[in-house]
Write a protein that binds this ligand. Structure first.
Ligand code: GEK
Length: 244
């Protein structure tokens, strides 16, 4: 059985900013499944996108791979010959665990796990780039350059799958979606204290933007079409297409 996330169970006098250290990596699978509504759907559909959009002899990227769930989904989905996958994470604990998980998974498509910052990794010969819940951890002023680099590295006909927590301009809607997300977490077994302490730890670290801001950035970078294919409360996923 996967270890259970109890990191914020006990009262903390001071809640420090969230980091992806070994304690988080050890319980990450449980944490993300119980924290992100629809996470399992996003991962399952990542496989479908890879099956449809991976082109022969190209590279598929999993940026902010954590334990490699998206990379493994792509690996199972890819049907074209000559593809390989590059999975990147700047947390040493995540990258090390991810390497082990990838090694124990059986499939023909090669997966290389890099311990690196996604801002420093070149994107080349790409047909599918997946950023599932990672852009939100870059500072907002670094996001344009990141999206532009991905667009430039994609082959014509390629796609970016961008999944994010989002914010809402309308205060009522923001309050409603936030409440619903917290109710989801409680239903998944987190206490009020756990929800509150985790929220505090993320408030300077995970900076959500509106759906409109994401769409505008993608359009500015050159993506001619973006399709909101998934949303559950304040979590969404966009498929952004580079014209063929
Ligand atoms: C999944 N995609 O399971 N460079 C590299 N990695 C980074 C950076 C950066 N600059 N910033 C954050 N990360 C995964 C889930 S989790 C989402 C992604 C979450 C990494 C960070 O170390 C962490 O592993 C991941 O991005 C974000 O589908 O925890 O909400």
């Amino acid at each position: 059985m996967e270890p259970k996330d109890t990191l914020y169970l006990d009262y903390r006098e001071r809640v420090a900013d969230f980091i992806f250290d070994d304690a988080v990596a050890a319980v990450f699978d449980d944490m993300i499944r119980r924290s992100v509504p629809g996470y399992a759907t996003v991962i399952a559909m990542t496989k479908v996108f890879a099956e449809q959009y991976a082109q022969p002899d190209t590279v598929c990227y999993d940026l902010g791979c954590s334990l490699g769930a998206s990379a493994l989904a792509m690996r199972k989905g890819i049907v074209q010959p000559g593809c390989n996958i590059i999975a990147v994470d700047n947390s040493e604990s995540m990258a090390a665990r991810c390497r082990k998980i990838v090694a124990s998974d059986e499939s023909g498509v090669p997966v290389k796990v890099k311990h690196a910052d996604i801002r420093d990794v070149p994107i080349e010969k790409a047909s599918v780039v997946v950023m599932n819940f990672t852009l939100q951890f870059l500072s907002p002023e670094q996001r344009d350059a990141m999206i532009q680099k991905i667009f430039d590295g994609l082959r014509p006909g390629g796609i970016l799958l961008l999944s994010e927590k989002i914010a809402f301009e309308d205060a009522d809607k923001e309050a409603f979606e936030t409440d619903m997300h917290h109710e989801f977490k409680k239903l998944m077994g987190y206490s009020n204290l756990e929800v509150a302490q985790k929220r505090k730890s993320l408030e300077n670290v995970l900076l959500p933007e509106t759906l409109a801001a994401h769409k505008q950035r993608l359009a500015n970078a050159g993506f001619t079409k973006t399709h909101l294919w998934f949303q559950c409360f304040n979590f969404m996923s966009l498929a952004a297409f580079k014209e063929s």
